[in-house]
Design a protein around this ligand. Sequence first.
Ligand SMILES: [Zn+2]
Length: 118
Amino acid sequence: MIRVGAMFVIPSDRFDTSTYSGAGNEPAAYCYENYPGGIGVAKKVFSVWNVALAKGVEIAASCRCSSGCQNCIEPARSWDISNANIDKVKGIELAGELLAAVERGPDLKVQDGLLVLI
Ligand SMILES: [Zn+2]
């Protein structure tokens, strides 16, 4: 959703970036450029990722499709991956939880060398 939302937040088009996410031991999402050496788009996305994600959620939620399409969440180019595992509803829920956590801010801080609840 960040990839789709980014096009509306920074100057870029749908083929400038790709995303990859995994839910292993260390869940992570990556946004990377499709050009060797990059053209600066990913760096700009990193600086406004939450705004781009919120826009992507808005686009996905308002799309008429039920399970995700190339207009809302599917990659513009699916190189060697299947879109069968993309879940629009769960993606919107997860993005909403992530944005809410960012809005709340950190719940731990370092105090006297220890992590403590804020
Ligand atoms: Zn759609």
